[in-house]
Design a protein around this ligand. Sequence first.
Ligand code: FE2
Length: 191
Amino acid sequence: MTVTTESSTPAKQSRRPVPAGETTPRASRNNSVPAGGTTPRAPRNDPFAPPRLAERARALARDSGDWLHRVRLDPQGRWYERIHQDVDHEVWVISWLPGQSTGFHDHGGSSGAFAVALGTLQEHHVRSARDVGVGETHAFGPDYVHDVRNTSDAPAISVHVYSPPLSSMRRYDLDPAGELVELAAESAEDW
Ligand SMILES: [Fe+2]
């Protein structure tokens, strides 16, 4: 496996913003799933294990030269752009205005990590939430479910690394009992 640098690889894709809480016509409902995700376990020295993804996200967040020109603050929804992709991993930069959020989602079979480069984001789980500030990272394994929000009164920018590259995601809502209910499944061609 080879890690290429952002500067050596042009962007493969830019995407329009997606409103928070989106659903698709393919939504399948009433499929309750457990809250939270799995604890990642990866072989030693795996360059794409979650802790390594967090290191990469943190390093990229510190160096705005590779992504600053991709930042875009759009009142229609958070703006996200993929700045790198290879067979092993991909990197996205997301720009957030106050109030913008992802909604609850998983990352299919991908592990991932994100780091905040500007501002503060709030990561929500079903029964907990925590702030993630500049320089902080969070890494996770496959099937991890969270909702990331900019609940602050200022813009935020974050860098996200996924391995393998995202191929599918599921979106969720909370039912009246506070349990996750699957709303929709998306595949890579949807974003
Ligand atoms: Fe996520």
